[in-house]
Design a protein around this ligand. Structure first.
Ligand code: NAD
Length: 476
């Protein structure tokens, strides 16, 4: 049974003005599994009015009250992880264990925000005169508009909602129309947890129309987007015109550097596991593999070996390690990366094609000998394609790793502390992982630099995007 899809406005689950509905597909079969109602302009205006009204009370609510709601949603998330995960596999395609794991881990995001929202402190600054008091207060920024993508439909949405709700903001979220079940399930849990009407609102529609309407509205004071770099730039520009604060979690093209002294087999196994998780549709997926020439052949052989063992199929089958791509438009995108590389003399050492003609399956693909200016080395593939290239010295590898305008995540494998230090200092990215993938926890920062975005949704930085600073000075 798939989720009953609806809008959530002012504390009510509604089907909207009812003019438009969109089919939701199972990417493993291409079959229609649900109908998603779109919001009319009137529905969006109702959501805006509800969020504005609710903000008047929620902004001064006790952090204990916010904490209680978030904790309850954490409990419900644990209880319902299997059902919600099942629906994510139906509309997004990832293997059931990955879907259920995504939801279950997000309970931790609820707990963490429930704790941290009680510690949103201001400060007192010593005055220059004895009869003066100087204080810094942190206040919720106001009504937020959030736009979340289809690759981690639960995770991306709960991060934004938990931070906004915890900070005392109200929020209108447009989730991913391709994979809507998770966001509707989240709204149900907040509803049952007693969140006052209007604090959280969920809308659906044509993405550009919804974002344009919400961002231009004077009611909205903050915009948070997770998605592609070009769309992020458009939304940030629009928000800038209206002087609205933004958090932008955009794409990357994460490099992975494997040094001569690395544990090569471990690096190959770990990187293959990470690369093909969620069929490569991960903003922090390792995408360009720079391997020292002395260990290059060994690395590629092991990487291919490990990758060959990946079982591709319906995410509902227990033996599946990699599901289909999340929607049909990713298939021609993958073919284009492969053809461009082939045309430039690269060798497709594994995969390279669509699997069958039912569902959106694509082979785990490994490419070698691909030039640095090819499409797959310069544009985010956002799919199961791994290009590997050799390098001679570490300085050169770091330079090539930094040669794109992005800077989200980066990976490196080395056993030398000298190399580790050079990599920590040299790699230009918001996240640097050395011999380890330790990212996306609620307590650690998550965000990119350069074209990969602005701000962090994770760690103690998380509330910064949802709070304003008020300086109060008073004389007796
Ligand atoms: P896309 O750019 O069309 O859409 C990406 C997401 O942004 C979708 O959820 C979409 O609904 C939303 N979106 C698109 N235009 C919008 C607008 N004007 N206003 C508000 N939301 C809008 O790309 P796609 O084909 O769906 O996905 C492929 C690309 O998206 C990838 O290459 C990847 O870079 C990027 N992406 C990134 C992330 C991430 O976590 N950073 C997640 C999903 C997709």
């Amino acid at each position: 049974m798939y989720e009953d899809l609806s809008l959530y406005i002012d504390g009510e689950f509604v089907k909207g003005g009812g003019r438009k509905e969109q089919d939701v597909y199972d990417p493993a079969t291409g079959d229609v599994i649900g109908l998603l109602p779109h919001a009319t302009k009137e529905d969006l205006d109702r959501a805006l009015a509800a969020a504005e009204r609710a903000f008047e009370k929620w902004r001064t609510s006790s952090p204990m009250e916010r904490s209680k709601v978030l904790r309850r949603v954490g409990e419900l998330t644990r209880e319902r992880a299997k059902q919600i995960g099942h629906n994510i596999t139906l509309d997004q395609g990832k293997p059931l264990a990955e879907s259920v794991g995504e939801v279950a881990r997000c309970a931790d995001h609820c707990d963490w925000h429930a704790e941290e929202c009680r510690r949103i402190y201001g400060r007192v600054i010593p005055p220059r005169q004895p009869n003066v008091r100087q204080m810094v207060l942190r206040e919720p920024v106001g009504v937020c508009a959030a736009f979340t993508p289809w690759n981690f439909p639960y995770n991306q949405a709960i991060r934004k909602i938990a931070a906004a709700v915890g900070a005392g903001c109200t929020i209108i979220i447009k989730g991913p129309e391709d994979t809507p079940s998770a966001v509707v399930a989240i709204a149900r849990m907040f509803h049952e947890a007693g969140l006052p009407p209007g604090v959280l609102n969920v809308v659906w529609g044509v993405p550009a129309e919804v974002s344009n309407h919400l961002i231009r509205s004077p009611i909205v004071r903050k915009v948070s987007f997770t998605g592609s770099v070009p769309v992020g730039k458009q939304l940030a520009a629009l928000a800038g015109q209206h002087m609205k604060r933004v958090t932008m979690e955009l794409g990357g093209h994460s490099p992975a550097v494997v040094c001569e002294d690395a544990d090569v087999e471990r690096a190959a196994d770990m990187l293959s596991g990470l690369k093909f998780a969620n069929a490569g549709q991960v903003c922090v997926s390792p995408n360009r593999f720079y391997v020292h020439e002395k260990v290059y052949d060994r690395f590629v052989a092991r990487f291919v070996d490990k990758t060959k063992k990946i079982k591709v199929g319906s995410g509902l089958l227990p033996e599946t390690n990699m599901g289909p791509l999340a929607h049909e438009r990713r298939l021609p995108a993958m073919a284009e990366f492969v053809e461009d590389a082939r045309g430039r003399g690269a060798e497709i050492v594994l995969g390279g094609s669509r699997i069958g003609n039912r569902g959106y399956f694509f082979e785990p693909t490994v490419i070698t000998g691909v030039p640095d200016d090819s499409k797959v080395m310069t544009l985010e593939p956002f799919g199961p394609i791994a290009p590997c290239v050799p390098y001679k010295d570490l300085g050169e590898a770091i330079k090539r790793a930094n040669s794109l305008p992005y800077g989200l995540s980066s990976y490196a494998f080395t056993t030398s502390s000298k190399n580790a230090l050079a990599l920590q200092n040299g790699l230009q990215a918001g996240i640097v992982n050395i011999n380890h993938f330790g990212q996306a926890l609620p307590e650690t920062p998550f965000g990119g630099i350069r074209d990969s975005g602005i701000g962090s949704e994770g760690g103690s930085e998380t509330f910064d995007g949802y709070l304003t600073t008020k300086f109060v000075t008073q004389m007796d």
